[in-house]
Design a protein around this ligand. Sequence first.
Ligand code: HEC
Length: 273
Amino acid sequence: MKKITVLSVFLLTATCLIFSCKKDTTPSTDPCVGVSISINTTQSAPTTGQSNGTITVSATPNGNYTYSINNGAYQSSNIFNNLAAGTYTIKAKNADGCLSSNSTVTLIAINPCNGVNIVITPTTTYADVCPTANNGSITIAASGSTGFQYSKDGGATFQSSNVFSNLATGSYPIVVKDLNGCSNSQSVTISPNPGGVKFNLVRNLMIARCGSCHFNGNANGSVNFDDKCNIVTKWDRINIRCVVQGTMPPTPLTTAEKQTITDWVNAGHRYID
Ligand code: HEC
């Protein structure tokens, strides 16, 4: 009995030496053998100059996947956000660690301003003079897009209202931008109030009849009318000397010229009358 056992051990050992009888390693234990993962992507393009593109990944067959972009860490979300224009490599990995093949996605930026033509149509009101007041206004009608915001300082600051008020005379670099930041600009001028009709009739009359002595730097009797506001503040002296007394100018005004002054005085003798 002992002899047989010894012989068996010997035979087995010999057999193993000859045929190399190791423990069989097949079938394989690699869970990825025969597994083929494919991925599809959908994308939304970023806006030019912004990182707001998105790539959404779906892997098949159905399973529990994690996803990587540009060989970065795997994440459980299948959505990659905040992407700038560029080319990205996407991979999916299943629960067993089996990888999909790479998917290359190129995001091409879209310029939302292409074809957008914002038309600016301003209307203005004057700033007053005599006395000077910062009461001009600009109202902007804009068309060609939506979600407008308005600036009167060249785009440094914007407001949602299309009306700027309390403005002094001068030029304002108006900028209108839409919801995507597409913009157009236009210089808009607040002019000084040009004065009322009656006032200007009186002023023109005075330039013609008082010019040599009270305009162009001349100030007979310490009176100069180059500044329009001096006509307004001295309205009563003009009325008294030219209409009531008729002692000024040296060559008296005609009845029609006096009436022009009277009409202005009766209207309120203001710059805007
Ligand atoms: C040829 C020169 C001359 C012309 C033209 C003339 N003035 Fe005079 N003006 C004078 C002189 C000189 C004085 C100062 C003496 C005086 O007060 O009479 C004077 C003074 C005045 C005064 C200041 C005195 C006051 O009463 O307050 C007023 C106002 C005046 N002129 C208005 C007019 C007006 C308005 C006209 C035009 C419609 C006019 N003058 C045209 C020479 C002129």
